[in-house]
Design a protein around this ligand. Sequence first.
Ligand code: SF4
Length: 218
Amino acid sequence: MYRVKEAFYTLQGEGAQAGRAAVFCRFSKCNLWTGREKDRAGAVCDFCDTDFVGTDGQNGGRFETPEALATHIHNLWPAAPGTPYVVCTGGEPLLQLDKLLIDAFHGAGFEIGVETNGTLAAPDGIDWLCVSPKADAEVVITECDELKLVYPQPLAPPEQFLGIRARHYFLSPMASPSVPEQGDDPVKRSNTRKATDYCLAHPQWRLTLQMHKILGID
Ligand code: SF4
């Protein structure tokens, strides 16, 4: 059984794949926070701005088989030229994404991207792996396509992750979880300046901004 909070067709907004059309498949649950506000203060990851609780979002649901979920995602892809691309996110997608589902997505013609906190082993067959470490949660993935660090995190300084082999190292300025997506966020503005300064001083790192929020697209 796979539990999906929501699924939707949009443009990837961040990182090296920014601007690419993708079906986002947001899996329910995370291993670093329950998703409930009453638990935020005690969570390992306490700045999350995503609702991943339950299966009641747009195109969300419970899927008994990998083929059923792959078909559901495929139905959200337009009948047009271009390689279908699914981004498995969450929550923490590696709580649910297994080899059977990878094979089903590939069978439906998809390239598979995954955005994970890196604390769980990844199954073989992922085409684009993005690791985003959170606080002091141990990262067990040692190689990925891109490392995307939300910045600043006192317990997760960038230099701590240079042992993870990646094609790209990105800093993503931390937003305030309580500010609406299109609202003015002084915390994020300040963090964008800090991330910019860090990248200027450490050119191995690149700044990535959440394009979808800037443009106001889902
Ligand atoms: S690890 Fe990701 S999904 Fe989980 S609580 Fe943190 S930001 Fe949210």
